[in-house]
Design a protein around this ligand. Structure first.
Ligand SMILES: *[C@@H]1O[C@H](CO)[C@@H](O)[C@H](O)[C@H]1NC(C)=O
Ligand SMILES: *[C@@H]1O[C@H](CO)[C@@H](O)[C@H](O)[C@H]1NC(C)=O
Ligand SMILES: *[C@@H]1O[C@H](CO)[C@@H](O)[C@H](O)[C@H]1NC(C)=O
Ligand SMILES: *[C@@H]1O[C@H](CO)[C@@H](O)[C@H](O)[C@H]1NC(C)=O
Ligand SMILES: *[C@@H]1O[C@H](CO)[C@@H](O)[C@H](O)[C@H]1NC(C)=O
Ligand SMILES: *[C@@H]1O[C@H](CO)[C@@H](O)[C@H](O)[C@H]1NC(C)=O
Length: 352
């Protein structure tokens, strides 16, 4: 586990030498400016503002993280570019996740990424009941992210850092969020937070234990293979991978059709990483009585979720992969084509 970060540090400092931030492997730390709606840096203790348009997530701990969700009641697929930050604590000028929204959270620390899986009533965050949601990432159609100007920090590596690569799948009752905080020559941050499998769902893209509703747990976890990567062989001590690219058809500007990706979708990731050393807390909340402040948590009000409950210890390593968020896997894809290649990124680049 520790060798990953140590290796990245070693490789980078010997390769690049000078800069302090070169303790991170290239591609891990964001190099651009903060989005225009965001405070210049992550800030705790900002005022409650349930109409905020700020788009800065901080992913620090089970009781200090944020999600992107719509500014007003709208399906995720229709509001991708305009999602705003909702946080468990008052921070980043963002909106507060109303207490009682979250019914279970699994906060996982690995040597390559930090990952938050959650269940809750996200109609309180303006996601319509039944919306199957979508995938958000820093790329997007305009190259400046979905949402545009969205930024993500974590202090999980020891101090606040802006991370370049992250992915969030969210629907009306589930989310999964990965922020890639490290990388090495095998797994780039972009590969580990690969953003073009938006129809595959949480259980495929971020495999893990999904049997944590009614539990609030913080665990260490093994590193998964990058989404869509399947080890095929070991050659001279190096693992080779095949990669899966999501099937997609579209229309060119001249009216002709095109197809990219693999025509059959694999049913499961290669393996489910196990988690360990889980610590549970009773719930996650900020204690702010939004209603008493005369502020509604959201424009929408869906079915009321029962409050979080203490459930004692959680089994860390069982696997109940869920594909709910952004799951379209019931669509069928007729033929399987895997591309065996040395570098997954190279193959994906061919397709996109
Ligand atoms: C903010 O997000 C934009 C769009 O993804 C990115 O280009 C930029 O590097 C990010 N800046 C920081 C400081 O994270
Ligand atoms: C709340 O956020 C909105 C949109 O970002 C901003 O216009 C407004 O001034 C903020 N209100 C307060 C009290 O900060
Ligand atoms: C929103 O999503 C739901 C389910 O995903 C769908 O039934 C509904 O038609 C969508 N609404 C709009 C306005 O697209
Ligand atoms: C990360 O932020 C939290 C605030 O949520 C703080 O309690 C913790 O000390 C910070 N950790 C580091 C390493 O700065
Ligand atoms: C990169 O990290 C992964 C996950 O920890 C590890 O399996 C792999 O061997 C590492 N690659 C290198 C070159 O250190
Ligand atoms: C999680 O638990 C809440 C509260 O019991 C429940 O309403 C919700 O349906 C559960 N979520 C899922 C995805 O099962």
């Amino acid at each position: 586990m520790h060798s990953f970060a140590a290796t990245a540090l070693l490789l980078t400092s010997s390769a690049l030498g000078v800069l302090a931030d070169a303790s991170f492997y290239p591609g891990v730390i964001a190099t651009g400016t903060q989005g225009p709606t965001n405070p210049p840096k992550p800030t705790l203790g900002t005022p409650v503002n349930q109409t905020s348009m700020a788009r800065l997530l901080s992913i620090n701990s089970i009781d200090d993280f944020c999600l992107f969700a719509p500014p007003e009641k709208k399906n995720i697929s229709e509001s991708e570019t305009e999602e705003v930050a909702w946080c468990t604590k008052q921070r980043n000028n963002a909106r507060l996740i109303p207490d009682g929204t979250l019914t279970g959270v699994s906060f996982l620390k690995t040597s390559a990424y930090v990952q938050v899986l959650g269940y809750g009533d996200f109609t309180k965050l303006n996601i319509p009941y039944g919306d199957y949601g979508g995938e958000l990432d820093p790329h997007g159609a305009y190259g400046s992210g979905n949402p545009i100007g969205g930024n993500v920090t974590s202090n999980i590596t020891g101090s606040d850092q802006n991370f370049a690569e992250w992915m969030l799948y969210i629907d009306y009752n589930q989310f999964c969020l990965r922020v890639c905080t490290s990388a090495n020559s095998t797994y780039s941050a972009a590969a580990m937070c690969w953003h073009e499998l938006d129809e595959m769902g949480c259980g495929f893209v971020m495999p893990g234990n999904y049997n944590f509703n009614h539990t609030f747990e913080t665990c260490e976890a093994d590193v998964a293979y990058p989404p869509g990567w399947y080890p095929t062989a070991t050659v001279d001590g190096t693992t080779k991978f095949s990669t899966f690219a999501q099937y997609f058809t579209g229309t060119n500007s001249d009216g002709s059709g095109y197809t990219v990706g693999d025509t059959v979708t694999p049913s499961a990731p290669y393996m489910t990483p196990s988690s360990s050393n889980c610590a549970t807390t009773s719930s996650v909340g900020n204690g702010v009585a939004l209603a008493q402040l005369g502020i509604s948590g959201s424009a929408a009000s869906g079915p009321t979720a029962s409050g979080p409950k203490q459930t004692g210890s959680s089994a860390g390593s069982s696997s109940h992969a869920s594909n709910s968020a952004a799951d379209l896997t019931s669509q069928t894809y007729p033929v399987i084509i895997f591309i065996s290649i040395l570098s997954g990124m190279a193959a994906v680049a061919i397709f996109h």
